[in-house]
Design a protein around this ligand. Structure first.
Ligand code: GAL
Length: 674
């Protein structure tokens, strides 16, 4: 496949912004008016052009049911507008007021153990409670009527991180709504009984109102019921978003509506469905500070967000300037890390870099969270670095709308993850997340940009598709993957993939049911390993967690097991089908093991990997119609050198021949393309 530049537009992702969006959550209600003056002055100084306000302000805006007070927000809007700063207006529905909870205790979420959650926090409600729906409609309508056509308004930011910190609710309203959802999905109880396999353990239902949410029971609960409850929960929360969005579209035409995702870190929302409903995909990402490879996980999250946006530019709605406050140990960012993190998101398609939050709070749960203006004020390292980033993003204005091109995609399906994460699987050491991280890290170290794709999505633009962990596969997904291979693609599948159908049922077909013909093998028996046990392979590698006893039907064995329960049997196989090839790795290998075992699979995909490159020099390309931006992020503490020609996109200086990238530093080189 040759690299062709996708068509681009040089407009900002947020209408009315002709530069990369830069700013963050702004909570002026926590501060006296004189601080607001200072805020606006500093924002102007460093090029802030978009701030999110009002996200948790419901009680200030509606202090009593139906009584509104907009005076303070009018003032905020006017000040920001006068300074030329755009507003992303939050709908405050993640934090209903105390008066609401006093009147409607039935709207509180209930845990699987039956505990109703109390007030005093945020992000909690039964998505199906009628009183919550009515209260949301009232406040959102009032906000849209007041600010829907305000000249400073650029974007609607609905709610905050749907699904976090609570997603499933076992309250009465949710149970009623679950039954309605099931009736719509299955039509008849007979179909439901069949899909859920209720013949097992005598669970057959004779009336719809016998069905409950899968609350805590004596032992494991029907897995198909739990899987459907997970699907229902994502849909119920999505309906909350759509209800608000539709009001905003009606009363505030032309202003895009988004809600902030947590791409790879919210286990409860099926974002493939959600992404279809937002006008702009936006995402929140926080480093897992203790992990030395946190920057790789950041890249993975950004690649996932771009994939949700179907390749279009997206908005990084939140990240941190330095430490967060909610991890076990909150690791401060090192000098330069704020810029590297931000540019990694930008390089992977973000046309807006926003932070939580503008000014560090002095009270409340998040007072130890970093901000653009930390407690130390503007005379601080963090503010200086944020200001520098603001300048650099300003210099990148011409790159607005450029796109990222990936030749490889990892299959990702929330439904499969929900199903696999249920109890009573063949090994508690199974982890789809760890498997995906292993495969992603292998490709990241090679400098290969990767998309994520739903297993039923069109895969034709990819040379390489990976299914590191795809436990649940629909028939459509299986057919899709098979046609990808037949048409000349290269597939790499990891163990415990293609095991169940959409009802968490094992189909009457050889395992892996969706992949047996493609991989040219069948699995006779799973042979998971004991804790800490390894299985050696004939190629010198060692696997962990899993092995299979398998029969190769048409596949060629690439490596066998020399120890472990599958000793003597195939460990890694390659099959050809049509014009393509399909690889199977039946054990868990770390990224280095994958690199060594799967180099020939990359050759199958005609992907040339430079094994001599410095793996910690992140390299991503953004492409315009006639220009490429090569982004280099040096994650080492050494100066690195590379050969490149073009113009430094930040300084505007010409670059030719050997170019240096300082320890921990970044370079963006712009060059023309055909
Ligand atoms: C996000 C949330 C923000 C803030 C931030 C702190 O999940 O949306 O409101 O709490 O975390 O890291």
């Amino acid at each position: 496949m040759t690299l062709t530049a996708p068509a681009t537009t040089r407009a900002g992702i947020v209408p009315g912004l002709d530069r990369i969006a830069f700013g963050g959550d702004y909570n002026p209600e926590q501060w006296p008016r004189e601080v607001w003056d200072d805020d606006i002055k500093l924002m102007t100084e460093i090029g802030v052009n978009l701030v999110s306000v009002g996200i948790f302000s419901w009680v200030l805006l509606e202090p009593r049911e139906g009584q509104f007070d907009f005076a303070w927000l009018d003032d905020v809007f006017d000040r920001l507008h006068a300074a030329g700063i755009g507003v992303s207006l939050g709908t405050p529905t993640a934090s209903p007021p105390a008066w609401f909870w006093k009147q409607h205790p039935d709207a509180r979420p209930v845990t699987r153990d039956g505990i109703p959650l109390g007030f005093g926090s945020r992000g909690m409600m039964s998505p199906s409670a009628p009183a919550y729906a009515a209260a949301c409609e009232r406040i959102v309508t009032a906000l849209a009527e007041r600010y829907g056509t305000h000249p400073a308004l650029r974007l609607w930011h609905v709610h905050n991180e749907y699904g976090a910190p609570v997603s499933e609710s076992y309250d009465t309203h949710s149970v009623d709504a679950f039954r309605v959802w099931l009736a719509k999905r299955y039509g008849t109880l007979e179909h439901l009984n069949d899909a859920w396999g209720t013949a097992f353990w005598g669970q057959r239902y004779g009336e719809w109102d016998e069905i409950d949410a899968p609350r805590r029971a004596a032992t494991t609960v029907n897995p198909a019921q739990r899987l459907d409850f997970a699907r229902f929960t994502s849909d119920a929360l999505l309906a909350c978003f759509v209800r608000e969005r539709d009001i905003l579209h009606r009363l505030s035409p032309g202003i895009p509506v988004t809600t902030n995702f947590m791409a790879t870190s919210c286990p409860a929302m099926d974002y493939w469905k959600w992404a279809r409903e937002v006008d702009i995909v936006s995402n929140d990402h926080y480093l897992t500070g203790e992990r030395r490879d946190a920057h790789v996980l950041l890249a993975m999250d950004a690649d996932m967000t771009r994939s949700l946006a179907a390749g279009k530019p997206w908005l990084l709605m939140e990240h941190s300037t330095s430490a967060v406050n909610w991890q076990d140990r909150n690791i401060a960012k090192r000098p330069g890390e704020l810029e590297r993190n931000s540019l990694s998101h930008w390089a992977r398609g973000a046309d807006g870099i926003l932070f939580f939050q503008w000014r560090a709070s002095r009270s409340g749960a998040e007072k130890f969270h970093s901000a653009i203006v930390p407690h130390q004020g503007a005379q601080s390292r963090i503010f200086t670095e944020a200001a520098e980033l603001g300048r650099h993003l300003g210099d990148l204005r011409d790159a607005l709308g450029t796109r990222v091109h990936a030749r490889a995609a990892i299959l990702w399906d929330w439904e499969s993850f929900w199903a696999q994460d249920l109890e009573w699987r063949p090994s508690k050491d199974l982890s789809h997340r760890r498997q995906i991280e292993n495969y992603y890290t292998w490709l990241w170290q090679l400098g290969l940009t990767v998309d994520f794709a739903h297993p039923e999505a069109d895969l034709a633009s990819y040379d390489l598709v990976l299914a590191p962990s795809l436990y649940l596969m629909s028939e459509a997904a299986a057919a899709n993957v098979e046609s990808f291979v037949r048409a000349g693609g290269t597939l790499i599948a990891g163990y415990f993939s293609g095991i169940v159908g959409v009802h968490d049922n094992v189909p009457a077909a050889p395992l892996p049911h969706g992949l047996s013909a493609v991989l040219g093998l069948s699995i006779d028996e799973f042979a998971p390993l004991r804790s800490g046990e390894t299985a050696d392979l004939s190629n010198g590698l060692s696997g962990t967690v899993w092995t299979d006893l398998l029969t190769a039907t048409s596949a060629r064995t690439i490596a066998t097991y020399t120890t472990g329960p599958a000793a003597g049997g195939a460990a890694i196989t390659r099959n050809t089908l049509g014009a393509g090839s399909a690889w199977y790795v039946s054990t868990e290998l770390d990224p280095d093991g994958l690199a060594s075992a799967l180099a020939p699979a990359l050759e199958d995909a005609r992907i040339r990997a430079d094994s001599a490159r410095e793996p910690q020099l992140e390299h991503i390309t953004r492409l315009g119609d006639d220009v490429a931006y090569e982004v280099y992020l040096n994650h080492t503490d050494r100066t690195l050198r590379l050969q490149t020609d073009g113009t430094d996109a930040v300084s505007g200086e010409p670059v030719g021949g050997e170019t240096e990238i300082a320890a921990g530093g970044t370079r963006i080189i712009r060059h023309p393309i055909q």
